[in-house]
Design a protein around this ligand. Sequence first.
Ligand code: ZN
Length: 164
Amino acid sequence: MAILPILRWPDPRLSRPAQAISRITPEIRSLAADMLETMYAAPGRGLAGPQVGAMLRIFVMDTVWKESERCPFVILNPEATPASTELLTRAEGCLSLPGIMAEVTRPALVDLRWTDLDGQPRTQRFHDFAAACVQHEIDHLDGIVTLDHLSPHARARAEAEYIP
Ligand code: ZN
């Protein structure tokens, strides 16, 4: 396993969509292990492929490890659908935008479908912080960062504060 360098915005790879994973190769397993190690070392709660320059639809997530035991997820080819009309706004940090907290409004409850590292289809409902994390990481797979959710005024203010 290895700790990978995390790209910082405005690296252009953070603004490009990632490709679906068609086959789970040893390279994909190794990438997933490295991404988990990189996320825990950062320290962070989520990390998407493009953030380490892997333009593939993969992210890793563990929303609880800072408070309790590790509970790692490796998510391939995710698809999230809102499971309620309720929205939540929270200040989101991002390992690719150090020092920037951006207020993002998202559905409070999502159903996530994905493929796990054994190639099995999985579904699970995520709420609150975990729902925001899932949607934040899927954004990365679509070339979207938190700044892209801000109004022009709020974005200009955040960019003025940002030191890459
Ligand atoms: Zn991020």
